[in-house]
Ligand binder design. Structure first.
Ligand code: DGY
Length: 321
């Protein structure tokens, strides 16, 4: 009997078609598998699952998957999956590194430019009929050229952001668990700061590109925000809980920082109410990887991992966590 795959919600159709060439595929309704209970009820029927970040793949879910061989996340991040439990139960876990680097880096730059030049506030003003002609003091913002970008987390995406920021004439400093090789540092023209407390006060833009771990939870808290320059911008396209949202909202309302571009939230899909009306705060619904190309690439990489594992190939052939 053909193996069965659960894709927990609709994804790019060509990916679904690819999996259908090999297996019986069910596609859930959007949001139907956002709870542990729904996943536990469904999982015994499936040999593989292709979940979204919003699906909690807990130990209970994995244990209920009697036939489950692989969880292939539709994302590079995998904080929705209990990876250790999967290992204990001999279930493979795959993610999608590499394919979303460019789209996330581009989006990060888009947020920096938009917040730096106050694009959303300017559009709101114009649409409200307040534009009364060119104004010498209207909507003064921060130019990226010549300003200092502090990157926290210098993996693939952090490095891709650095490349693009170089092209805009920014000076780059970074903090990472380990220092990059001197070759990569000189290619990126980036200087290492071993301590966040020395990086943050120097930066005009702070951009987060680290994974969510116990060490990075609330890495940017009230104390770190206090260290930011009063015109500096915070950009978060990594994971919501890396920032203490309450503290960020307070800093924006108090004007102790200049603005924020936030694509990820502490308790998605909830958004802290004080962020929604904070000045110069651009909020987007976790879309840094949302280009047609990248979403197809993400889906195909996850699909290929499922095909390989269910056809008996070794885990070393897939992006394997
Ligand atoms: C990821 O892949 O981890 C992004 O946050 C969503 O594409």
């Amino acid at each position: 009997m053909s193996k069965r795959i659960l894709i927990t919600e609709p994804i790019i159709p060509s990916v679904i078609e690819k999996l259908k060439e090999h297996f019986n595929v069910d596609v859930g309704k959007r949001g139907a598998y956002n709870t542990e209970e729904a996943l536990i009820a469904a999982i015994p029927d499936y040999d593989a699952i292709l979940p979204m970040l919003s699906n909690p793949i807990t130990e209970e879910v994995i244990k209920a998957g009697d036939k489950l061989q692989i969880v292939a996340n539709h994302a590079v991040g995998y904080n929705n999956i209990d990876v250790e439990a999967a290992h204990r139960h001999k279930v493979q876990v795959a993610n999608t590194p590499g394919v979303l680097t460019d789209s996330c880096a581009e989006f990060t730059l888009a947020l920096m430019l938009a917040v730096g030049r106050r694009l959303c506030q300017a559009q709101e003003y114009l649409l409200a009929g307040k534009f009364d002609g060119w104004e010498p003091l209207g909507f003064l913002g921060t130019e990226l050229q010549g300003s200092t970008l502090g990157i926290i987390g210098m993996g693939r995406i952090g490095q891709a952001v650095a490349e693009r920021a170089n092209a805009l004439g920014m000076d780059i400093i970074y903090h990472n668990r380990s220092q990059l090789s001197s070759d990569i540092e000189s290619q990126l023209d980036a200087d290492y700061c071993s301590d966040l407390k020395t990086l943050i006060p120097q930066a005009d833009v702070v951009s987060l590109h680290c994974p969510l771990t116990e060490e990075t939870r609330h890495l940017v808290d009230a104390d770190m925000l206090d260290l930011m320059k009063d015109h500096a911008i915070l950009i978060n396209t990594s994971r919501g809980p890396v920032v203490d949202e309450e503290a960020l909202a307070q800093a924006l309302h108090d004007g102790t920082i200049g603005g924020a571009g936030i694509d990820v939230f502490e308790e998605e899909p909830k958004v802290h109410p004080k962020l929604k009306n904070a000045p110069n705060c651009l909020l987007t619904p976790h879309i840094a990887s949302a280009s047609h190309k990248t979403r197809e690439d993400i889906g195909m990489l996850a699909a290929q991992a499922i095909i390989k594992i269910l056809q008996g190939n070794p885990a070393s052939e897939i992006p394997n966590l």
